[in-house]
Structures are given as structure tokens and as C-alpha cells.
Design a protein around this ligand. Structure first.
Ligand SMILES: Nc1ncnc2c1ncn2[C@@H]1O[C@H](COP(=O)(O)OP(=O)(O)OP(=O)(O)O)[C@@H](O)[C@H]1O
Ligand SMILES: [Mg+2]
Length: 374
């Protein structure tokens, strides 16, 4: 995350923003100019959890600005009004200390005040305070939502309606605003990674002509979903395993395995996720039972292997017997977590550069290309 007084890159007088509202984290990308004028990415990642500053004196005082945000480990307070209602949330680090948190997993969250708060918070890390005019935004959505029925189409229309137009909010006592003149929310999230791989910073194809028609599969392993995008002969199709095999499944499995070994152990999803990350980084992980540190490495290993094998089954079913013909690009935080196991089976698999924000960077390129055509 960064705050900078440097200007944003403008294309045809517009500011392009890419948004990947993941279940685990909301990722936002913008371009800022380097000293020599070339664009560079600026990125913000906000965990997709918001806190209600109620029922807890610290939280209320904090949201009201009476307790000051002293360091980077404290949450941010965010306030805005929308459709006649006032919204008042905390977002970012150490929410649990300050507030009751809300972590939504349903599709209606995309049109909710909580999702708006997460987008505003991420944008506040990247834009200067004050009003930003002429924003073009590309928002990536889960494949399951975009492939869905009438109810899902209503949600997708609602997202665009929610975002287009004027926005005003207060982030840690600083006033922000923007006018979004155009929103594209028809892009499936893994398509963001495909564009990040294939397009240049102006949204123009930058790879060999053959790469545009060669068989490429992007497998996006997120917190709650695994989506796959298949591009072959210039035709693109999207597939999903739905919401049962993201990293959240690994978190739940690891918690159940730890409980089986040591008796009922309560771990929040966030704690289990941190434990899995610890295991991936160090090959070791621990939890506390009755004040004693116990090893959870076996549980982490088994949970990750189980989710990796589900992901492999999904890839096998999606790509079929022609899988060896595909260039396979892994993306998303789950891609980073499971890459080693996945690439034992698919030797040609590649992990995209900074996979957690790859969708957002590609969506920024989509928004830039829209701005360039206006
Ligand atoms: N560098 C990393 N190494 C290993 N795991 C990681 C890494 N970065 C993120 N993760 C894990 O990846 C998961 C989140 O991935 P990601 O941010 O892609 O999900 P998301 O896009 O929010 O979810 P979804 O796509 O389901 O909506 C978390 O479990 C997180 O701990
Ligand atoms: Mg994702």
C-alpha cells in the first residue's frame, strides 16, 4: 500500500482503475508515471473484511477520530452516505481488536455498502485526497456470477449502477471523491490475469501474434473459488468449480485436522490462513492448546495437499486429455500457495508475476484500453 502525492497517469484525460473484489482481499491497481513518464503500477490490497465500530468504546472513539491512528497496524475508519443511509466502518489491519467484523461470502455483497467501503479504502491508499474526475473502472467478477441466471444478471447490473456516477467518502478524516464515468464489470476475474499476461500498459496485445490463438489456460485459485479461463484459437471460455475449493477450504480442513489431533481447537479462518502461510514459508506451523504450543505441520500439509488435488481434478476435467497442449498460467494467492504441488503434475505450469494482484493489474489494462478508445 502506498500514499503518494505524485499524479496519476492520464489517458485521454481519464484515470483508469482496475478492481478485483476477491472474497479474501479487494485488490485495486492504478498507473502512476515514473520520473521518465513511463507508467508503473501502484497497488492496494485490503482484506475483504469490514468492522462495525459499535458496542466497543475503543472502536467508537477510533472511528470518531478521538483515538488517532498511530501506526500501520491499526485499522482505517471509513465513512460515506449512500441512498439516504450512512455507512460507518473500520477496514484493514487488526480489526478484531477494534470491532465486530463482517466477512460476506454471498454475491449480494458486490452491491453492498461493505464492498463499496473496501473499494473506497483501497482507492484512498492510491489517490490523493480531494476530488478525482473522469475515472474509468474495470471490475472483475467471479466466473460463477457472470455465467449465472437472471438473478445473477440483476446483481451484475446493480454493480455497474452502484459504481457509475459521483462518490464521496471520508478515510481517516481525509475527504475523497471521484466521478466514475464508465464501468466495465463484465470481465471474469481470471481474464484479468490473461490480459495482464498478454497486454501492454496501453491495453494493446504485446505478445507474439501466435500467443493470442495458442491454447492457454489461466487457473485462478482464490480464497473462496477456483476459476479457469481457457483461450484457444482466439476463443475464450470460462469455467468454475464454484465456491467449494479455494484456500478457505484448506483453512477449514486444517482446523478440523488440528481438532481431531488435539481435541476441539477454535481457530478463526484468518488464524488458520495465517497458520497455513506460516507452514508454506517455514515448513513448520504451531497452534496453542491449553497454553502449550503444539505442532500443526501435519494438518497443514494434509489440508494443502487435499485442496491441491481438488484443484488438479478440476483442471483435468476442464482441460481434458488435451491438457498437455496448454500453456498453464496459475494466478491468485492460492496459485502461489499450491504452485509447487500443482507443477509436479503439470510441469508446464507457470506462476504469474505477483499472482495476488495479477487480476487487478490486467483489469487496469482493460480500463486503460477503454480510456484510450474514448
Ligand atoms: N504469496 C503467497 N503465498 C501463499 N499463499 C498466499 C500468498 N498470497 C496470498 N496467499 C493466500 O491466498 C489466499 C487469497 O488469495 P486471493 O487474494 O487470490 O483470493 P481472492 O481473490 O480474495 O479470493 P477469490 O478469488 O476466491 O474471490 C489466502 O488464503 C492467502 O493466505
Ligand atoms: Mg481472486
Amino acid at each position: 500500500m502506498e500514499a503518494s502525492n505524485r499524479p496519476l497517469r492520464k489517458v485521454n484525460g481519464r484515470i483508469a482503475i482496475g478492481v478485483d473484489p476477491g472474497y479474501g482481499a479487494t485488490k485495486v491497481a492504478v498507473y502512476k508515471p515514473r520520473d521518465n513518464g513511463d507508467p508503473r503500477f501502484a497497488l492496494a490490497v485490503t482484506p475483504s473484511v469490514v468492522g462495525l465500530p459499535t458496542g466497543n468504546t475503543d472502536a467508537r472513539l477510533f472511528a470518531d477520530g478521538k483515538i488517532r491512528r498511530r501506526d500501520t497496524k491499526m485499522p482505517h475508519a471509513i465513512r460515506f452516505a449512500k441512498d439516504g443511509g450512512d455507512y460507518d466502518y473500520l477496514v484493514g489491519p487488526h480489526l478484531d481488536t477494534y470491532a465486530n467484523s463482517i466477512e460476506r461470502m454471498d454475491f449480494d455483497r458486490f452491491t453492498s455498502g461493505t464492498q463499496l467501503a473496501l473499494i473506497y479504502a483501497s482507492i484512498s491508499e492510491l489517490l490523493n485526497p480531494g476530488f478525482t474526475d473522469g475515472v474509468i473502472m474495470a471490475v472483475g467478477l467471479p466466473v460463477q456470477l457472470l455465467l449465472g441466471d437472471g438473478e445473477n444478471r440483476r446483481i451484475v447490473r446493480g454493480i455497474a449502477k452502484n459504481l457509475e456516477g459521483e462518490h464521496k467518502w471520508v478515510f481517516d478524516s481525509q475527504r475523497f471523491g471521484m466521478f466514475i464515468s464508465k464501468v466495465n464489470c463484465k470481465v471474469a476475474q481470471p481474464l484479468g490475469s490473461f490480459f495482464e499476461w498478454g497486454l501492454d500498459c496501453n491495453g494493446v496485445w504485446q505478445r507474439a501474434k501466435n500467443d493470442a490463438t495458442a491454447p492457454v489456460a489461466v487457473i485462478d485459485m482464490g480464497y473462496n473459488t477456483i476459476d479457469c479461463l481457457v483461450s484457444s484459437g482466439g476463443q475464450i471460455s470460462s469455467h468454475t468449480r464454484g465456491d467449494t475449493i479455494g484456500m478457505r477450504r484448506a483453512c477449514e480442513l486444517a482446523t478440523a485436522l488440528v481438532s481431531r489431533a488435539y481435541g476441539q481447537v477454535y481457530l478463526s479462518l484468518h488464524e488458520a490462513d495465517t497458520m497455513l502461510r506460516e507452514y508454506l514459508k517455514n515448513g513448520d506451523a504451531y497452534a496453542y492448546v491449553g497454553g502449550q504450543q503444539v505442532s500443526t505441520s501435519g494438518a497443514c500439509r494434509d489440508a494443502l495437499e487435499s485442496v491441491a488435488s481438488d484443484a488438479l481434478n478440476f483442471a483435468e476435467r476442464t482441460l481434458g486429455r488435451r491438457a498437455t497442449q496448454y500453456r498453464i498460467l496459475l494466478t491468485g494467492g492460492g496459485g502461489a500457495a499450491l504452485f509447487e504441488m500443482f507443477s509436479k503434475h503439470y510441469r508446464q505450469a507457470e506462476l504469474l508475476y505477483q499472482p495476488v494482484t495479477a487480476n487487478a493489474r490486467g483489469l487496469l489494462k482493460v480500463a486503460t484500453s477503454i480510456a484510450g478508445r474514448l
